[in-house]
Design a protein around this ligand. Structure first.
Ligand code: NDP
Length: 402
């Protein structure tokens, strides 16, 4: 049993706090810290009422290494679960190195002024973590996270070699707003408006954002949705760790209302990430827009419907071509009932807790910086079944992706 420090008290932080409290045989003590401590206090009260577990809270600005170091020294955790924003990844990794604690996150580092979603900044920490005998687990959310594990699980159990990968992220949920994002709006809009990149024959090919789409029918009656090809960070690590991949693509569903509003907001310059001069002040349009949009952490009670996120993998086994689809379906209202969050936060927070559990228990513990697919998928997949995100496998499904 070990003490854990969770940084970030948004939609995902709330789920991680609940899930760690549910696993109190693994996490002996939990500290929840964020820039706004009142958010941590509110989450701690919910966790206490649903699980009976008491959580400590703290205030920290995770952009500042000295503040992080003094919090870690004061609280003495075994590891940090970073569910603040991608901008804080490197400062938290620096603080972990300085204080000798392990690290986990769910999204790769991004500088404020570049929406590139690349791992090289964090991969550069490999030797420092190794030499310090510390582990950093990168991308232990759903996508990245469970999708990397679905790929690793398929590759391990169903193939000798994998050749194509399509990650298909469908959110069939409806929150009733004309426009809202289901996780941090700034990060969501940066992701969606960035140019698309997909892997084709040994290189990334760039195409305009949202320029390719098709229809996808989810299993188990979840419905038929328009899915759009876009870049997602796990494509970089998966194509690195599975060099036999000839093509790898990421697809996400979007409703008409979301796309229409995004286009209008883009046309009036509100999705920009470069600072602009406004009445003598420097403002970043996307941060201004974020402040106007609903907080994703408040969407839980009003979101209905299901998510269906899975990986369609093809390759060869014993000389024969085959295809496998590994997926999870989550129900927004069932997630809300359990931890008072919608399914996007839930599907991210559960794998974050599972990754931390496998580090605390020693199952995955190894010094260095690791993307999640570099670790054995089996204990993770087993834990998904046990902690609310059961997966299914369809061999040779009757659908395909072009
Ligand atoms: P929210 O915006 O709801 O929450 C972010 C939290 O981080 C807030 O509590 C915020 O505090 C805190 N925070 C921001 N800046 C700082 C800082 N400098 N110091 C301390 N705390 C800070 O985001 P989500 O919960 O929706 O997302 C959290 C993370 O999860 C993001 O990195 C996101 O990219 C990732 N994610 C990953 C997914 C996956 O499947 N892998 C899917 C969805 C999200 P305050 O409110 O006070 O500013």
């Amino acid at each position: 049993m070990k003490k854990v420090l969770i940084i970030g008290a948004g939609g995902v932080g709330q789920v991680v706090a609940h899930k760690c409290a549910q696993a109190s045989d693994v996490f002996s003590e939990i500290v929840l810290a964020s820039r706004t401590e009142s958010k941590c206090i509110a989450i701690a009260a919910k966790v206490k009422s649903t699980t009976g577990v008491k959580i400590e809270t703290a205030q920290v600005d995770a952009d500042k290494v000295p503040e992080l170091v003094s919090l870690i020294v004061k609280t003495q955790p075994f590891m940090v679960i970073n569910v603040a924003l991608p901008y804080q990844d490197l400062t938290i990794m620096d603080a972990c190195l300085e204080t000798g604690v392990h690290y986990l996150d769910t999204a790769n580092y991004e500088p404020l002024d570049t929406a590139k979603f690349e791992y090289h900044w964090q991969w550069a920490y490999q030797e420092r973590f190794k030499q310090a005998g510390l582990m950093a687990l990168l991308g232990s959310g759903f996508d990245p996270g469970a999708t990397n594990m679905f790929t690793a699980f398929a590759a391990k159990h169903y193939f000798d070699e994998i050749h194509t990968l399509d990650i298909i992220d469908v959110n069939g949920g409806d929150h009733g707003y004309p426009f809202a994002t289901n996780f941090n709006p700034e990060i969501n809009i940066r992701e969606v408006t960035a140019p698309c990149r997909h892997w084709q024959n040994g290189a990334f090919v760039e195409t305009p954002a949202m320029s390719m789409s098709q229809s996808f029918t989810c299993p188990e009656g979840v419905g038929t949705y328009s899915i759009y090809r876009m870049y997602h960070e796990e494509l970089e690590s998966l194509t690195t760790h599975y060099p036999t991949l000839k093509r790898a693509q990421f697809w996400m569903s979007f409703g008409d209302s979301y796309l229409k509003h995004l286009e209008v907001l883009g046309n009036v310059g509100l999705t920009g990430i470069d600072p602009i001069d406004y009445q003598g002040k420097q403002i970043v349009p996307i941060q201004f827009l974020k402040a106007l949009l609903p907080d994703p952490a408040t969407l839980g009670p009003r979101t209905i419907g299901k998510t269906c996120i899975g990986c369609l993998v093809s390759g060869v086994k014993d000389g024969k071509e085959k295809t496998v689809y590994v997926y999870n379906i989550a129900d927004h209202q069932a997630c809300y009932k359990e931890v008072q969050s919608q399914a996007i936060s839930y599907t991210t927070g559960v794998p974050a807790m599972i990754g931390a559990k496998l580090m605390v228990e020693g199952t995955w513990m190894q010094p260095g910086v690791w993307n999640i697919e570099q670790l054995d998928p089996d204990p993770f997949m087993q834990a998904l079944n046990g902690f609310g995100l059961p997966f299914s496998v369809i061999e040779d499904p009757d659908f395909s992706i072009v």
